[in-house]
Design a protein around this ligand. Structure first.
Ligand code: C5P
Length: 403
């Protein structure tokens, strides 16, 4: 069944040229089974009229905080009460700033503050506005407050400039909203994940590490929790907050990560190794800061254990999902890694496509072959990865127990 079947969605349209795409989005969401109700801000109404949205949604359009059509005159409360989500598309820089600060000076912002349903926000603005430190702060805050940020896309903008800030295309947006409503596929399952980098100390102030934001691992942990799993996240150092519904163990080194994984492994159905584990660690850690005056410094490195390979080699191995971030030849390296480490699934991406970004372009590799996914926000990709391994899980676990 389509996840949007029977869902009530509020699509809010704010002021921006991309408002024209919202018309198509409303049509597509309706086609996918949702009951769509449009809220139009004053700015949004300058670009596309309520008539268009009423015709496409088949429902009255709401523009005013004081709309007398609501018997109790409380549109800001009643509209969202039985809604499954509010989708703001396009979301201007202005409305994002207002949401972050809890302003409530029109129907949309008041409704968002009073809502008890998820909020999906699809930004659209000039690339300089998107890159501005104020917008960066606001978007980070919006994420931390639990909103799902969809996009933006990169490309040519209405102003003639080129860069990040375009509203996602209506088809991609609709796809992401559908992904958001994916069902509880991991109910009763236990999932252990590693995420982030590891930090291998040289002395009290220095160390070697890998570049990893932890975003994909945290998004996957959240997606597993949303899918109903008990989730243990073993995380190297990141600046990210533990996702809702996830138990996190914080570690620094690969050895600590391995120990923490083995401690929570009993009873695990799925192990997902997202962490960028350092392949080597200094053979010994200096007790005191090594002084520059000591001249040339030589650090002897010893290999770290391969955590996922060790987990996958166990007799009671869970379903193992590895990651392969490569800079070239993705198919060969990712599939090679899957076979060498005896993993059931490998999520491959080119580092230049996703490193540190909120979105990524990935390909899944399993025993049946390669499965490319569309470029999407990491939270949406996480959902798609979960759907993929959940579909293979029962057969794997049955074979493992010999049922
Ligand atoms: O071999 P490579 O490091 O590219 O493999 C990446 C995959 O292996 C990821 O899933 C990563 O989390 C896992 N890995 C691990 N322990 C290591 C190195 C990598 O679990 N020491």
């Amino acid at each position: 069944m389509n996840p949007l079947e029977g869902k009530k969605l509020i699509v809010a349209v704010t002021g921006g040229v991309a408002a024209y795409k919202a018309a198509e989005l409303v049509r597509l969401l309706g086609k996918a089974g949702a009951d769509v109700h449009v809220v139009l801000t004053r700015g949004g109404a300058r670009f596309v009229t309520a008539v268009t949205f009423q015709a496409l949604s088949g429902n009255p359009v709401w523009e005013d905080l004081w709309d007398a059509r609501m018997p109790n005159n409380m549109a800001h409360i009643d509209l969202s009460r039985d809604a499954d989500a509010i989708v703001i598309a396009p979301a201007s820089a202005d409305v994002i700033a207002k949401l972050v600060h809890g302003l409530a000076d029109d129907l949309l912002t008041t409704m968002c503050l009073a809502r008890d349903c998820p909020l999906l926000v699809a930004p659209a603005m000039n690339r300089q506005m998107w890159e501005h430190p104020a917008t960066r702060r606001n978007v980070a805050c919006l994420n931390a407050d639990g909103a799902v940020v969809l996009g933006p896309d990169a490309g040519e903008q209405a102003c003639g400039e080129t860069g990040l800030g375009r509203l996602l295309e209506p088809e991609a947006l609709c796809e992401q909203v559908i992904g958001f409503f994916a069902p509880k596929l991991l109910a009763g399952r236990k999932v252990v994940l590693t995420a982030g980098p590891t930090f291998e100390a040289i002395d009290p102030v220095r160390g070697i590490t890998n570049i990893s934001s932890g975003k994909m691992g945290y998004a996957l942990a959240l997606a597993c929790a949303r899918a109903g799993a008990q989730v243990e996240l073993v995380s190297g150092p990141t600046g990210l907050a533990a996702p809702a519904g996830v138990h996190r163990t914080a570690v620094n080194s690969a050895l600590q990560m391995r120990d923490a994984v083995l401690a929570v492994l009993p009873g695990t159905d799925v192990f997902v190794g997202v962490a960028a584990v350092a392949d080597y660690a200094p053979a010994s850690v200096a007790e005191h800061k090594i002084k520059k005056t000591q001249g040339e410094m030589v650090v002897t490195l010893t290999p770290n254990p391969d955590i996922i390979a060790e987990v996958a080699a166990r007799d009671d191995a869970p379903f193992c999902v590895g990651f392969a971030a490569e800079s070239q030849d993705l198919d060969r390296y990712a599939e090679g890694k899957r076979q060498a480490k005896k993993l059931q699934l490998v999520v491959g991406n080119l580092v230049q496509d996703g490193m540190g970004r909120d979105d990524n372009q990935i390909i899944l590799y399993d025993a049946a072959g390669r499965h490319p996914l569309p470029r999407a926000h990491k939270s949406v990709l996480a959902q798609l990865i979960v759907e993929h391994f959940a579909s293979l899980l029962a057969a794997y676990l049955e074979a493992r127990t010999g049922v």
